[in-house]
Design a protein around this ligand. Sequence first.
Ligand SMILES: NC(=O)c1ccc[n+]([C@@H]2O[C@H](COP(=O)([O-])OP(=O)(O)OC[C@H]3O[C@@H](n4cnc5c(N)ncnc54)[C@H](O)[C@@H]3O)[C@@H](O)[C@H]2O)c1
Length: 320
Amino acid sequence: MHIAITGAAGFLGQRLVHQLLDRGALDGTAIRRLTLIDQAEPPAIEREGVEIRCLALDISSPGALDPVLEARPDVIYHLAAVVSSAAEADLDLGMRVNFDATRALLEGCRAQGLSATRLVMASSVAAYGGDLPEVLDDIAALHPQNSYGAQKAMSELLVNDYSRRGLVDGLVLRLPTIVIRPGRPNAAASSFASSILREPLNGEEAVCPVPTDLDLFVMSPAKVVEALIHGAEVPGEALGPFRAFMLPGITVSVAEMLEALREAAGEEALALVRHEPDARIAAIVGSWPARFTNERARRLGFQSDKNFREIVEAFLDERA
Ligand SMILES: NC(=O)c1ccc[n+]([C@@H]2O[C@H](COP(=O)([O-])OP(=O)(O)OC[C@H]3O[C@@H](n4cnc5c(N)ncnc54)[C@H](O)[C@@H]3O)[C@@H](O)[C@H]2O)c1
């Protein structure tokens, strides 16, 4: 089994790489080859019996992925992206990386006849927006209210159409907001959702830019990686006519997140969170829905976290 991963140096990419290597197999077949792609060369990693190549490639430059696709990977994880605030700040960059490069990847699969290759692309809750019902089902329309969401939504349509035409075996997983990301804040509009927990748990100050009654739809890094792996294993026949759906997150308000912080680390930790409203962030994140039925994902065997407390405990265990 040969697996190629774009965005392999990123947060999810690195976790996925380690998880795949620890498992050693995907869909019952031993992993023999990994091709890891990112703008800067992904960190070197070795595992006996697995040929691992780390490539520095800008996936938005024409033909960049051709050599990878010529090697006919069995599974491609397409995780490379310019995240929400950065894509909103620079329309050209977002279009090039989030949309044009996805189209080029699909065209490359078509050119190489990779009809049996499972392409798992990460989309986002940001693909939704506008006037929405309180609870979204699997056929809710996508009306994104930011360029990142629009670029993801357009890519979803293409992955679906190329799959319908039998040019690739695609699947798009819309990811909830991922908390708690370790490390430092990033350019995602939802970056605060991790910061308001991670920084105080590390004894540092954090800024909360949104009202505390804002609901978010969240998933832990571990559950997202589990879902990416499951996404490569779900049979194509089970996926039905539209190959994109929301992963099962859990709904939690910012107030509930802060309460979980207080329970885990006390009043001093909570006092490290400063409330400084930021209308730009609140507008982007506030347009993302926070309640889903997730029937399709659950029927296909994707699983959610049990509750928010467990997400915090998992972060603390990992940090220990
Ligand atoms: N983390 C979240 O909360 C979240 C939520 C929803 C969706 N997603 C999606 O999941 C995927 C992975 O997210 P992440 O959190 O790991 O993000 P990340 O920013 O940590 O990783 C993305 C990687 O893509 C790489 N990249 C960007 N432009 C590139 C280019 N032109 N060529 C090659 N590589 C390039 C970056 O260098 C980075 O390493 C993305 O598609 C993102 O949109 C993430």
